[in-house]
Design a protein around this ligand. Sequence first.
Ligand code: AMP
Ligand code: ZN
Length: 113
Amino acid sequence: MDCLFCKIINKTIKSDIIHDDKECIAFNDINPQAPVHFLIVPKKHIPTVLDIKEEDKKLIGHMVSVANKICRDRKIDLRGFRLVFNCNPDSGQVIYHIHMHVLGGRKMNWPPG
Ligand code: AMP
Ligand code: ZN
């Protein structure tokens, strides 16, 4: 399958990995939109959040736990951070393997663009 994030997961393409476990990896975004901007990516290839199945619910919870841990380690937990899943064209999703953006280290705007 020609999926950039599957290639990052199986390490045929290099990335700046900051977390790696049985279920997911996290790596810094190549085009950061904030001082902290990394992606949490499940090892299972799931194209969009619409494809998340009943049996994936624990996996999604685990991804949030990993985000929390990294934000606590980086001491941006109390000032705050943002978790984002884009889904389909209107959201700006460009990689069709789900990923949770974790953004922080600056004040975020609301509503988002
Ligand atoms: P999305 O628009 O939600 O699909 O986000 C895709 C994200 O992947 C963007 O923020 C890109 O900057 C990021 N990205 C694309 N290629 C790479 C890469 N090789 N390593 C790290 N991040 C990447
Ligand atoms: Zn994939």
